[in-house]
Design a protein around this ligand. Structure first.
Ligand SMILES: Cc1ncc(COP(=O)(O)O)c(C=O)c1O
Length: 364
């Protein structure tokens, strides 16, 4: 173990989480029962039975639900639909690096608000709004944030929903990890607080399989039609076959069982991460308690250069993600994202111990 390569970069589900046999059964059932529809082109909003399922679960109008080729593609369409070059977009800092890329590609001037244990700095945001800045969009991951693992507190959710209503910006609420809660109670989504201001994005990537590429958006009425039109003009429709497999899986009651399985698989990995941090990183890094999702973010207490950290880790057979990629306005040198789901508890313990020695050696 001590010499094998450990990748602390893998924010993906492990292969053992995939419900392969059940997906085979679903694929066969779909072809038996609905082949003519799932093998054909379809409407861009997505496979109707899946949209009905999401509508029942969320209470959203099915016409406002658009199922896409993963949720990231829908994020990209939302950004291209709403952002004009030079427009201001707010994000949490750190945030999901791919979203930063697609927002910038749409021409956004991205402004980050530092993330605390209970969510982004709402005071700083309100100050800028009061001074007259007018963002078009605020991108947030309120539940088990990527990359930090934090959950936005109830009060901040309420305040952000209120600010969006008052100052007229859209909230892009990304919740792919929401159902992977290993402890504690759910908090209300931003969408439930301000459905007319929030585009909620979710995904089956982390719940069933990312290879299916099935995710969805719930959009306010004034945006749904445009979003569906953009989707149609971009790819006609996302795969009905894959969406039908997901619908079949859910209708058979297998998603609930899958979630229970995933929690049993991931909870000990999160616990191993927290224990290893306590054992090896106290005094050299800070982190927040994490209760779900895929990630835990740590910040080193002493200044390091990201290039030095990545290089020293590499020499210790440890691959890290460059923390700078998650920060919209620079910084992030001493930020390390620990994805714990695709590593065994032994790999996590060894990886964290190795990271601690690397950091201590760099401090000299
Ligand atoms: C916060 C966040 N949003 C979106 C995605 C992409 O999801 P999808 O596979 O549905 O495109 C990811 C994947 O890691 C993610 O972490």
């Amino acid at each position: 173990m001590s010499t094998s390569l450990i990748r602390l970069t893998r924010g993906v589900p492990p292969a053992e989480s995939f419900p392969v046999e059940r997906l085979k059964v679903c694929a066969e059932a779909v072809l038996d029962n609905d082949a003519a529809r799932v093998l054909q082109y379809g409407k861009s909003r997505g496979y109707p039975p899946l949209r009905e399922i999401v509508a029942r679960e969320t209470g959203a109008d099915p016409d406002r639900i658009i199922v896409g080729q993963g949720s990231l593609q829908l994020q990209d369409l939302v950004a291209r639909m709403l952002v004009r070059p030079g427009d201001v977009v707010y994000v949490e800092e750190p945030t999901y690096d791919r979203t930063l890329t697609l927002l910038r590609r749409a021409g956004a001037r991205v402004i980050g608000f530092p993330l605390a244990a209970d969510g982004p700095d709402v005071e700083a945001m309100e100050d800028r709004l009061k001074q007259g800045e007018r963002p078009v969009l605020f991108y947030v991951i309120p539940d088990f944030q990527n990359p930090s693992g934090t959950v936005m507190a109830r009060e901040k959710r309420r305040r952000i929903a209120h600010l969006a209503q008052r100052y007229g910006f859209w909230i892009m609420e990304d919740v792919p990890y929401r159902k992977l809660r290993y402890r504690g109670e759910d908090l209300p989504t931003l969408w439930s607080l301000a459905p007319e201001r929030v585009i909620q994005l979710s995904s089956y990537s982390k719940l069933i399989s990312p290879g299916l590429r099935v995710g969805y958006a719930i959009a306010p009425e004034v945006l749904a039609e445009n979003l569906a039109k953009m989707a149609e003009d971009t790819y006609i429709n996302a795969s009905y076959f894959n969406q039908a497999i997901v619908a079949e899986f859910i209708q058979r009651g297998w998603l609930e069982e899958q979630l229970a399985r995933l929690k049993d698989l991931y909870r000990p990995r999160l616990d191993a991460t927290m224990e290893a941090l306590e054992a090896h990183m106290r005094g050299i890094a800070t982190w927040n308690r994490v209760d779900g999702g895929f990630f835990l973010g740590i910040t080193l207490n002493h200044g390091v250069r990201a290039d030095d950290l990545l290089e020293a880790a590499r020499e210790a057979n440890l691959v890290l993600t460059d923390g700078r990629g998650f920060f919209a306005s620079g910084g992030g040198d001493g930020f390390v994202r620990l994805p714990f789901c695709s590593l065994t508890p032994e790999e996590i313990r060894e990886g964290v111990a190795r990271l601690a020695s690397v950091v201590r050696a760099l401090r000299g």
